[in-house]
Design a protein around this ligand. Structure first.
Ligand SMILES: *Cc1c(COP(=O)(O)O)cnc(C)c1O
Length: 454
């Protein structure tokens, strides 16, 4: 089939995610048909190559078509591709869990498998609620979540979501939560200064707890970066303080590491920067280097033990599972991924790249529409504003992000600005030269759309 036929059938048969289907009638909005990938590059059916600046929806870490990962998939497929995970188990699941728990210093040490980030969040919420039921506090059934948060698209995950455009419509279907302020440092909801900030926005969490702690099971956060909300970044001390608040009011800290886990912030999990241990973590995106759907919800002895019993009536059993729970192909990849990262000495490996990004971001600094430049490890973001002084944002209708995306394509990079935010979440294997090239492309694309003169 040629390109025209493929695109005709694509729109005819496929309902795309996060997409107004009618907008695809516009020639500019046709999906790009990707034929293959190699390293940080994606190649389309016409032979155009693009730097994958978004790691294929934030999942890819080792680049595309990694030989060792491909081999691990093939090897595992010859042994066992799938087996029911109730009553049966397999070596990849066992070895991976053990390795992961060791990497977390055995503090979070019970691994529950599922196959996407949203579900890992659902599991965490159900676990937290049932934990308090089993502890004789069934009235603790509500959660606190933050404004601008994103935890996935299933109904439980949407309930704890805080992005109006994605979440508001479904409100009648959702369970009730308490919403606290977003730690949006560039637009601080408490009007504090970054330098003297003492995480005043956490007062909104304490205010909720002062009144209703006996109804609250936990708080769910995206650690250090509210990613889908617009790469909103906040300091580790927020999480350190939040841990203390959770202890004071006897609620659980649920740490959604789906986007930031597996070294995106420079450490295995973002919570490590805060020197604390959450009660439950969810991880998914980087877990298989972007090669297979897999997720985990990992918790402590304390929570696990509350469920552990003779349990003749099944009351203390955690009733949750999916057809693809602990999918062996995915586990073989996740295990190989951990081995590769270990051999790379990944934390050290990332340091010069993080520093290089930090240096290259400076070229955006003086542009009249660059309001904020932020970075957490391998996540970089540039927030564009109409007016630097007033921080007045562009309107959604201005479509600035979309225009920059189209310019980026012409120059050979897949940027996917969110709202008014250009960001980079690249595969870890990007070289320093490639970082220069990518940021150059992004800067040129920005200049095309927003020339830097009065
Ligand atoms: C992407 C994301 C999710 C949802 O993961 P899916 O695999 O897309 O279901 C949940 N939480 C965070 C923080 C995410 O970035």
């Amino acid at each position: 089939m040629d390109k025209t036929e493929l695109l005709r059938d694509d729109i005819k048969y496929i309902w795309r995610p996060f997409t107004q289907m009618k907008s695809l009638e516009n020639e500019n909005n046709k999906p790009i048909i990707i034929k293959k990938g190699k390293g940080i590059y994606l190649e389309d059916i016409d032979g155009n190559k693009y730097i994958d600046a978004v790691s294929s929806w934030w999942v890819n870490t080792l680049g595309h078509s990694n030989k060792r990962i491909n081999k691990a998939i093939y090897k595992q497929s010859k042994n066992i591709e799938h087996v029911i995970f109730a009553g049966f188990t397999h070596t990849p699941a066992i070895e991976f869990s053990k390795k992961l728990v060791n990497l977390m210093n055995n503090k979070l040490n019970h691994v529950f498998f599922s196959d996407n980030g949203s579900t890992a969040v659902e599991v965490a919420l159900k676990m937290a609620y049932q934990y308090f039921v089993l502890k004789g506090q069934p009235q603790k059934r509500k959660f606190i979540a933050l404004k601008n948060s994103y935890h996935g698209d299933t109904l439980g995950a949407v309930s704890v979501g805080g992005i109006d455009m994605y979440h508001k419509l479904y409100k009648p279907l959702l369970f009730e939560i308490e919403q606290a302020l977003s730690p949006y440092c560039y637009r601080c909801p408490m009007n504090c200064d970054k330098q003297s900030c003492n995480c005043e926005c956490l007062e909104s969490v304490e205010n909720i707890l002062n009144n209703t702690a006996n109804e609250i099971a936990g708080i769910i956060i995206e650690p250090l970066v509210q990613a889908a909300g617009g790469m909103i970044m906040y300091p580790p001390k927020y999480i350190t303080k939040l841990r203390k608040i959770c202890d004071k009011y006897n609620i659980l800290l649920i740490d959604d590491e789906v986007a930031m886990g597996f070294y995106r912030t420079g450490k295995l999990f973002a919570y490590e920067h805060a020197g604390i241990v959450p009660d439950i973590i969810c991880a998914a995106k980087g877990i298989t280097a972007g090669y297979m759907p897999l997720s985990v919800t990992v918790t402590t002895d304390e929570i696990y033990n509350a469920f552990y019993d003779d349990d003749t009536d099944g009351y203390k059993t955690f009733y949750h599972g999916h057809s693809y729970t602990a999918y062996p192909l995915a586990l073989a990849v996740a295990l190989e991924n951990l081995k590769i990262l270990e051999e790379m000495n990944i934390e050290e490996y990332l340091k010069p790249k993080i520093a290089k990004f930090s240096k290259e971001l400076e070229k955006f600094r003086n542009h009249k529409n660059v309001g904020d430049i932020r970075q957490t490890g391998m996540v970089c973001a540039i927030e564009l504003v109409k007016d630097k002084k007033t921080k007045e944002p562009f309107n959604y209708e201005d479509g600035i992000g979309r225009k920059i995306y189209l310019e980026g394509l012409k120059l050979g990079a897949i940027l996917r600005p969110m709202w008014n935010c250009i960001y980079f979440i690249t595969p870890y294997i990007i070289t320093e030269k490639q970082i220069e090239k990518l940021t150059d492309i992004a800067y040129k694309s920005l200049l095309k759309v927003l020339p830097d003169k009065e």
